[in-house]
Design a protein around this ligand. Sequence first.
Ligand code: PBG
Length: 332
Amino acid sequence: MSIASYPNLRMRRTRASSWSRAMHRETQLTPADLIWPLFVTEGSSVEEPVGSLPGVSRWSVDLIAVRAREAVSLGIPCLALFPNTQPDRRSEDGAEALNPDNLMCRAIKAVRDACGGEIGILTDVALDPYTSHGQDGLLDDAGYVANDDTVAVLVDQAINQAAAGADIVAPSDMMDGRVRAIRMALEMNGHANVQIMAYSAKYASAFYGPFRDAVGSGGLLKGDKKSYQMDPANGDEALREIALDIVEGADSVMVKPGLAYLDIIWRAKQRFEVPVFAYQVSGEYALIEAGAAAGVAEREALVMEKLIAFKRAGCAGVLTYHAPLAARALNG
Ligand code: PBG
């Protein structure tokens, strides 16, 4: 790095005017950097606000299609869908995940009908929206989430979603070996172009609470997910997870939650030079909303500052519930 000294170098020179700041800006945020997570519920013409996520609702399948059109018009390239499965369709084994006519599959088809190939559809591969116990996988007799039995079901779930029209399957379960198993099954079942975005470094975080309300798994969950999600104290371990998922066939990897893990994003991008995405999770969204409501700062300023931080850290894009707000702001 070249070191000059004052007054030859006055760092404030390039900051003195708006045009100069624009010219020297190192990172750009555009609507194409945003992935919009949406919650789906049964019924038609239904909007159910999620209490713990002010401004976020669950939408029935017909209205998900309307949101998808909105996303296209805002320049948002991809949606992430999450179902709030009816209580009577949740079970010990989460079998509803494999139903070709489940809420998720109907939502995928509705988005495809409404938007054709104009928008990407990312689907979550994990069993928690379908199990009566709220864990992401199958429990053995001791109540431990059984790895290999769970992977076998996740493979079928991913194929079910791909057959319905998902463009990107995103395993968020943190089972070992699931990316390889899903990749092989996609190849063998005629879905060679379906991408895998692996939730590679997913931490056992306190920031997921509002999401669990939104998909209706929060009240069901006993205990925690620490036997599969990562310890927030670990960084090297995240790189091992990411390395594994790349070798197993992930097209892109994800770090989750977002803001508290920018170091992981940075290390992953520097080390592997693959597309790294961040999930700015529900608790992060709720904190911004609470801060804005409390008068900490203006909402849009908080949102944009946090999103540009992900880009600066090396992200290819961000899953954020603020996607439509941010896209509107960026589109002027
Ligand atoms: C579960 C899943 C979670 C999120 C996405 N997929 C929650 C969890 O692991 O309990 C969290 C997203 C958010 O908080 O916004 N497979």
